[in-house]
Unconditional design. Structure first.
Lengths: 301, 436
């Protein structure tokens, strides 16, 4: 059918006057995009895979020597790298769980007839419209132990959010939750408003309790869209750089992307950092794959 | 139609020709974003007035400086004709061919005689003692200290200090006194703290702070000529110095775990700390009443001596180099010819730049010009620096990784930390075939 649409050309159209077929027009739009993708995405991806097997350093003039899997072997045996991965995993779990709880909870609260609902929703969306760097800089001020408003409001005295190695990662995660819960809220709200009202009416007739209704009707129907939100947020949290980099320099907040940045652009270990980037890519792909499989299962239900 | 086309082409050709000639008389110097870069721009404006050659000082925040400069070098870009690069970059930039060899220029102008010896050794020469020069010492700098003179001179404070420690409260002469004074003024209940030190581990801040202790304890980071570190970086002196630095962290204001020059100056301007470590280049803001309400009550001193009387400080500052990929190298050389003249160096110092010119530094006029110039002069003749090998960034990050958790998080012991660091550095030097 698609072919039929493509080959049919209105003889009166301008394209026909120029002698362009629909196929030509399609190519004019698609080929530059594909070329762009190849030049700026696929080519560097493959090129950097090649570099990951070498000892190449972009800061020197020495040629890149092939060293096989040495970069991968050394990286996977480096306790600092494993600690970076552990920190990243902890951060992803705390941050994404927090965003889902807060975001979904807010969506539940907003999914009813309340005055100024539209305005309230818009205001709640504001944090995610800000730049990460700006959010990082002003949360640094909010967390300040001497004059920060958080300690003042919570009566915590001189509590050191960012200098305390055990607390710093949670402080970064709280900022991320504040910023990105609205995203989960927005998707959840879309999911919630799509749940057919008659299901709730039927449940009410059957005298189902609120918890039963939530777990048997609301959650299963919102789950697919919630999973999409979780996939996006997990991928983003895994790549977090700006917030953690700006807020604190604790080793306990050195997520893998910060380590990667330092390796690539401060130490200029280009080959090694390409290998690390591939390890991170494989991990993100694996995690996303698990989620997508689960998402498909949820949809089938 | 043809006439119009010919006219257009001629016009384009003419503007291109004009554009090219305008570019030839323009130079770009790349530096970090701080006051000395503004002073250099003022100095460069004088050069433009004299010669008609426009010189622009382009800046970027400190955190991006190294990354941005090397990205441009690696791409063999000609965006910058000269760069005022960090002393640690010398190895990386010279071995990779990013800097033009200035040895002949250096010898022709006898700069090793006219510039302060430490600045020649650390800002210009690589490898160490090779007689090969890659930069002209431009902005001398080292770590010094500012303090609240008004707090120190308060008779009540003097009395209670003497009662507690048995000697007069004055500018600390050694690190023990520095520690005592920090402890004495550390009063969290009054929102007043003892000392502000560098703890930022994103680049070289904390390492420079620790170096201040290590060098004054008589320790070294390693044997720079032979890449030997065992028994040097983890020597008993260095262990004691690291412990002393960590002890000072106890007397810092709350949340002092990512502090560099901005925070350390704020410690003085915001009445937070009695003493504050900082590069001399950041002291002009402290004598200016517009930026420091306590300007009149602020004093300065050089890094105090260690337990056996050694007195050294960590070197900051930069030399100016010509970038190999610049298309205006000839003009750049002419600018440097002008820059190294005694009268230009004098003007540079007057504008606020820290000249490395020996004659200017030694002049009474310079030493009395500001409350901190004398301390600067004294310091510049007893400075030491970090490794300048091409892999210095890896060494720096390894030191940050080992030392930071110990200082701010109380993890491990100083001996364990420095032993692990020695192992890391050995592995790095092995990786680059510096040692067998």
């Amino acid at each position: 059918m698609a072919t039929a649409v493509l080959t049919r050309l209105d003889p009166q159209s301008k394209a026909a006057a120029r002698g362009w077929s629909d196929l030509t027009i399609r190519n004019v739009f698609i080929i530059p995009t594909i070329l762009f993708l190849i030049v700026f995405n696929i080519f560097p991806l493959i090129y950097s895979l090649g570099y990951s097997f070498t000892d190449f350093r972009a800061s020197t003039n020495s040629a890149a020597n092939f060293i096989g899997l040495q970069n991968y072997r050394e990286l996977l045996n480096d306790p600092f790298i494993w600690s970076n991965f552990a920190i990243t995993a902890k951060y992803v779990i705390v941050s994404v769980a927090g965003q889902v709880l807060v975001g979904f909870g807010t969506a539940m609260l907003l999914n009813r007839d309340i005055p100024l609902k539209g305005l309230l929703t818009t205001l709640l969306l504001l944090p995610m419209m800000l730049s990460m760097a700006v959010v990082g800089l002003f949360w640094k001020l909010l967390y300040d132990p001497s004059f920060g408003i958080i300690n003042y409001a919570l009566g915590l005295g001189k509590f050191e959010w960012l200098s305390n190695p055990d607390m710093a990662l949670y402080a970064v995660a709280i900022t991320d939750i504040w910023m990105w819960s609205p995203f989960v809220m927005l998707l959840s709200l879309a999911g919630l408003s799509a749940v057919p009202k008659h299901l709730y009416e039927a449940a009410a007739i059957d005298r189902a309790g609120p918890l039963y209704t939530f777990f048997r009707i609301t959650l299963p129907l919102v789950a697919p869209i919630l999973m999409i939100a979780i996939i996006f947020r997990t991928m983003e949290a895994f790549k977090t750089f700006d917030l953690a980099y700006i807020l604190t320099s604790q080793p306990t907040t050195e997520v893998i992307s910060i380590r990667l940045y330092k390796m690539a652009f401060q130490e200029w270990q280009t080959g090694r950092s390409c290998a690390l980037a591939y390890i991170v890519l494989i991990m993100i792909l694996a995690i996303t794959n698990i989620y997508v499989k689960y998402l498909n299962k949820v949809k089938e239900r | 139609m043809r006439k119009t086309l010919t006219g257009m082409l001629a016009g384009i050709g003419f503007s291109l020709a004009c554009g090219t000639s305008a570019f030839a008389a323009e130079l770009t110097i790349f530096w970090a974003e701080w006051d000395p870069a503004n002073y250099l721009q003022e100095l460069a404006n004088l050069y433009e007035a004299e010669t008609g050659v426009k010189v622009t000082v382009e800046t970027t925040p400190w955190s991006d400086f190294q990354t941005k400069a090397f990205t441009e070098f690696n791409a063999k870009g000609s965006a910058y004709d000269m760069v005022v690069g960090d002393s640690q970059w010398l190895g990386a930039a010279s071995e990779a061919g990013h800097y033009v060899d200035l040895t002949d220029f250096f010898n022709k102008h006898k700069l090793s005689e006219t510039m302060a010896p430490a600045t020649v050794k650390y800002y210009a020469e690589y490898p160490s003692a090779s007689g090969k020069y890659w930069a002209i010492p431009a902005e001398g700098d080292a770590v010094g200290w500012s303090y609240r003179k008004d707090w120190f001179e308060d008779p009540k404070e003097k009395e209670s200090f003497k009662a507690k420690y048995g000697y007069d409260l004055d500018v600390p002469k050694d690190w023990k006194q520095l520690r005592d004074i920090a402890e004495f003024f550390h009063r969290p209940d009054q929102n007043r703290y003892g000392i502000a030190i560098y703890t930022d581990n994103s680049y070289d801040a904390m390492v420079m702070g620790v170096e201040n202790a290590i060098f004054s304890w008589g320790g070294e980071l390693g044997d720079y000529a032979n890449y030997k570190v065992d028994g040097i970086i983890n020597s008993d002196k260095n262990v004691a110095a690291l412990e002393a630095y960590k002890e000072l962290y106890k007397f810092t204001p709350p949340g002092w775990a990512k502090s560099f020059f901005i925070e350390d100056n704020q410690a003085i301007t915001e009445n937070l700390a009695a003493m504050s470590m900082n590069y001399f280049a950041f002291f002009p803001a402290l004598v200016n009443e517009a930026s420091n309400p306590n300007a009149k009550g602020t004093g300065f001193f050089a890094n105090p001596a260690g337990p056996s009387g050694d007195q050294y400080a960590a070197l900051g500052g930069q030399g100016i180099s010509i970038v190999s990929y610049s298309q205006n190298q000839e003009e750049a050389f002419k600018f440097l010819e002008w820059f190294v003249k005694d009268e230009t160096q004098k003007k540079w110092a007057e504008l606020g730049g820290y000249t490395c010119n020996k004659a200017v530094l030694e002049s009474a006029e310079f030493q009395n010009a500001t409350p901190y110039n004398k301390a600067f002069y004294e310091t510049m003749f007893k400075v030491k620096d970090f490794w300048a090998t091409p892999e210095y960034a890896e060494l720096l990050i390894q030191m940050n990784q080992r030392v930071y958790p110990f200082i701010t998080g109380d993890q491990g012991t100083a001996k364990e930390v420095l032993d692990s660091l020695a192992a890391d550095w050995n592995a790095t030097f092995k990786k680059y075939n510096r040692v067998q």
